[in-house]
Write a protein that binds this ligand. Structure first.
Ligand code: S3P
Length: 175
């Protein structure tokens, strides 16, 4: 059986889905380089995500996300993206056009909500009600679904999730 993974690989999905944990673990397992795009943006801008939202608005943040994704793809094998990355049409179109492979990491909205509610580092989740985060989730899923070539659940243990990815990735490779 093949033991390498075709890269680059993006991890997409809602806030709190576990993209970074799973992406980092998969990268370690297959000796690939990995970056969390939010961290990359914070390093490049020397600002925290809440500070960017505060000073430049979500529009400013989405522009950094677009530019940093293009840079990160030149350097890293695996990239965990922020939950709203596909809401920005330019970035969505760029990902579609470059045909970079994406794994959609998902979990029930109730779990996602529990993981992100009142997180001061996530401006789009902080102080939001369950209803409003559920509404945002519903608006986003069609693009996750469209872009992803496989979908995995983070509702199970990390080792089970990694195994699910392995099975789905290599099953996909046969065709
Ligand atoms: C956002 C998700 C965050 C981060 C920013 C905006 C969103 O990333 O990019 O706070 O709009 O869903 P995570 O998905 O890692 O929380």
């Amino acid at each position: 059986m093949k033991s390498t993974i075709d890269t680059p690989l993006l991890f997409i999905g809602y806030m709190g889905a576990g993209k970074t944990t799973i992406g980092q673990a998969l990268a370690d397992k297959y000796q690939c380089s990995f970056i969390d795009l939010d961290e990359y943006i914070e390093t490049v801008t020397q600002k925290s995500i809440p500070q960017i939202f505060e000073e430049e608005g979500e529009t400013g943040f989405r522009q950094y996300e677009y530019l940093c994704l293009q840079q990160a793809l030149k350097t890293y094998d695996m990239i965990a993206t922020g939950g709203g990355i596909l809401t920005h049409d330019e970035t969505y179109q760029f990902i579609k056009d470059t045909q970079v492979k994406a794994i959609w990491v998902d979990a029930p909205i109730e779990s996602l909500y529990e993981r992100v509610k009142d997180d001061t580092h996530r401006p789009n989740a902080n102080k939001k009600s369950f209803e409003s985060l559920k509404h945002l989730y519903s608006k986003r899923i069609s693009r996750y679904n469209e872009i992803a070539f496989i979908k995995i659940s983070s509702a199970t243990s990390l080792s089970e999730t990694l195994n699910e990815i392995k099975i789905k990735l290599f099953a996909n490779d046969q065709y």
